[in-house]
Design a protein. Sequence first.
Length: 351
Amino acid sequence: MVLLVQNSLYSFSTEPYSPQERFEAWREEVNAIFDINIGELQSSAFNYRLLTRYLGSLLMGCGTWNGTGEPVHYKVKRTAQMIRRDGMDHYYICLGLSHSINGSAGRTSLVAGYTQVYVLDLARELDCVITAGDTIILTIPRDMLTSRLGNKNLHGLVLQRGMSNLLADHMRALRHRLPSFDDDDIPHVQEATLAMVSAAIAPSMVNLENAEPEIDRTLLTRARHLVEQHLQNPALSPEFICRHLGVSRAQLYRIFTQHEGVAAYIQLRRLNKARLIIQSDYRAQHKISGLAFQFGFKSDAHFSRTFKKAFGYSPKDAREWAAANPPKENTSYSARQPGFSLRTILDQMKQ
């Protein structure tokens, strides 16, 4: 069986099925929300994996497209009959990482491409064509958002501008950490996610204030990622980060307060990267002066002094320790246990 649960995670994959059976297996699962259909030729190219988990009352789904060849298109509908039958009263918020949708959401034209976030109201009709790809989806009970947004018509809404990008980053961060959340994390994760969704949909003063802590966390994540990408760029500086993130110096320094400043953080990340190179590739005998130059230090002596101050030992000591303690082969594995179907998951959500 391809249905798995691990630490309250639900996983479904069409990979174990033959190419002729994969789409039908997927349709059997997804028919719990949508009626989907595909052409016969494209059906044999379909291959998809889904990982879901509850974050409090929110259901998060992470879809990964494993198909090959040209993009596969399929039709997706949510009819009045389905709505009456299942009684789902939820918003469906989708970030299409490499997925797109085109059609109608009720009376609203819906066109959303890669990296865009769009909203569906599962209590209203849908008739669209989807290009299969990677997605991150949040399914949220209506009353959890109407208490913050009022009774807005969100069906077919495609989010735009800055807050939409921050919500997309927040959803990516959730996907990355989804397997590692423990029970104590969940209330905070739910509240932070609702605040970010509300601020992205309706960026009022109240919603932005409620989302400020999570906005700062998301900006900090983006800034850290930018730093990691440019550790060997001599232009990397607080001003460089401000330009790329579109934030003020005051805002940047506020979100880096926990790291004793932006410049200190950049220097520490450069030192950590240099240490990783020294210890993971110690046989190559990298020249200290070369690493000092790569990571923006004035001289190898300055690099060595700063390195020792940060870690308590010199770059040469780090190399010698790594040579004396080579890494052992990791033979650990994680066990998986049989679980239940997406339909069961969705029934729990409706309850």
